[in-house]
Ligand binder design. Structure first.
Ligand code: GTP
Ligand code: MG
Length: 471
């Protein structure tokens, strides 16, 4: 395994901005002695090395000449029961940026080294307290931007992803060991004669299915954590910007009765009923000579390409025309909800028009046509229900499901899957048994990279360097 560095590291663990309390975290073999050199208790004595583990103490950090730098609370946590599994001291000081720097400097003067970003968590990993996917979850928790990300990262930290991966790997190694053992003893075992090939094939297929489910969960995971990439399109003046404003709940986009009001793309992140939308309002689509508007129309077309969801807004109070057709051409085949807006005004949209719109999507899309009015907010609830139906089959089930939310994990799963395809092929083509173990072993290793088994040092360094200071 890896050997963790034993030198003592220090960093400001809280945000580097003025706040009530700042924490300087110190970890390593000499952390307690080292902070002892700069800490004095209420009576002015050096007492830190005498304290029990997991206790917190009032006192002062002092300068070389014994003048007081700050009044502090210092907690002592002896390894292995600490975040890093090493002796750790945390100094709670007043949270001014200058103060935190001074105390950190003082600890460094006493012999600590400034920690690299993520180094505390890296030590927790290298010392074996958490595995790699759990360490990555720490970073995801810090960066979580919404409830789903937070919940799923906390679950990952508690080992939800790791235990699934370990289970699947156990199945694999069991088969590998069995094949290896029989290959070593051909006189007693004949794999083919025993019908083992068929049994193995079945097992490989089951494992493949599990891996596939995890890969698929990554798509839902991405949508839940990053948000549904939603693009509002339609011809000018139909109420696209009004829809954005209604969803955001405030006047973010300029709305006027002049067609061609929106020129550039406006992006907003909103959360409705636990669903996060990254929502883009675009320029109305029409053929135009206006150069600025033209650029806006091109941008809208680009945005449509990588959208998860299109909101096609049509104005039911004006006649359906060539511009609407141009929009439909642009979004054909995409996940679309059609909003027939301005339903508070007299409807001029014919049944034929609606049939025509529906013909651009498959049959199921038909019930995704919703009448709305941004004036009286009608149809918005139905719209939200429709989104849930489309993306989550009506339910947001993320309470007990495990989602893959990390791109590195997804790639490792894909590689594992590819190796399993090879195993299946070798069995089906009656290749020699040692072919099975080579690919099965490679699948086993690729899957192991998720939890940090047999991961190259470079990869480890790369992962932890993305952390923030003090974590
Ligand atoms: N009566 C009524 N008016 C609406 C409704 N939605 C929008 N409007 C009005 O329609 C006009 C155009 O609205 P916008 O939201 O700017 O339309 P847009 O599609 O963003 O227009 P462009 O940016 O020019 O493409 C404004 O005067 C809105 O107040 C609605 O549901 N009912
Ligand atoms: Mg607009």
């Amino acid at each position: 395994m890896y050997a963790a560095g034993t030198d003592t590291i220090a960093a400001v663990a809280t945000a580097m901005s003025d706040s009530g309390i700042g924490i300087i975290r110190v970890s390593g073999d000499e952390s307690i002695e080292l902070v002892d050199a700069v800490y004095r208790n209420a009576e002015g004595n050096r007492t830190l090395t005498k304290y029990d583990s997991h206790t917190i103490h009032y006192g002062f950090i002092v300068d070389k000449d014994e003048t007081v730098i700050d009044e502090v609370m210092v907690s002592v946590m002896k390894g292995p029961k600490s975040y890093t599994m090493e002796d750790t001291v945390e100094i709670n000081c007043h949270g001014g940026v200058l103060m935190m720097r001074r105390i950190l400097d003082r600890v460094v003067e006493a012999g600590a080294r400034i920690a690299d970003p993520g180094e505390f968590t890296k030590r927790a990993f290298l010392n074996g307290r958490i595995d790699l996917s759990e360490a990555e979850a720490v970073m995801d928790i810090i960066h979580a931007k919404n409830d789903f990300s937070l919940k799923s990262s906390v679950k990952q930290l508690k080992g939800s992803v790791s235990s699934l991966i370990r289970e699947i790997r156990e199945d694999m190694i069991h088969e590998i060991a069995f094949i290896e053992a029989t290959l070593d003893d051909p006189e007693h075992f004949d794999l083919e004669a025993e019908g083992y090939d068929k049994i193995l094939l079945k097992k490989v297929k089951t494992i493949k299915k599990k891996i596939k489910n995890l890969i698929d969960s990554a798509e839902d995971g991405r949508i839940l954590s990053e948000g549904i990439r939603t693009v509002i399109v339609g011809k000018p003046n139909v109420g696209k910007s009004s829809l954005l404003n209604a969803l955001v709940g405030e006047d973010r986009a300029i709305v006027t009765d002049v067609a061609g009001t929106t020129r550039d793309i406006l992006e907003e992140n909103i959360s409705i009923d636990g669903i996060v939308f990254r929502i883009l309002d675009t320029a109305g689509i029409r053929s135009t000579e206006d150069i600025v508007e033209k650029i806006g129309v091109d941008k809208a077309k680009n945005a449509v390409e990588d959208a998860d969801l299109i909101l096609y807004v049509a104005d039911s109070s004006v006649s359906f025309d060539e511009n609407d057709k141009a929009v439909l051409e642009m979004i054909a085949g995409k996940n679309t909800i059609v909003l027939l807006n301005k339903s508070d005004l007299t409807n001029v949209m014919t049944e034929e028009n609606i049939q025509f719109i529906a013909s651009y999507f498959d049959g199921s899309e038909k019930n995704r046509i919703i009448r709305t009015s941004m004036k009286d907010r009608s149809g918005i609830d139905l719209f939200i229900r429709t989104v849930k139906e489309m993306f989550f089959h009506g339910d947001l089930m993320y309470n007990d499901e495990v989602f893959i939310t990390n791109a590195r994990h997804k790639e490792a799963l894909q590689n594992t899957y590819d190796s399993l395809v090879q195993v299946q092929k070798s069995i089906e083509e009656n290749m020699p048994e040692d072919f099975y173990t080579i690919d099965l072993m490679s699948a086993y290793e690729k899957l192991g990279s998720i939890i940090g088994e047999a991961v190259e040092d470079d990869l480890i360094n790369e992962i932890f360097s993305r952390f923030c200071m003090g974590k």
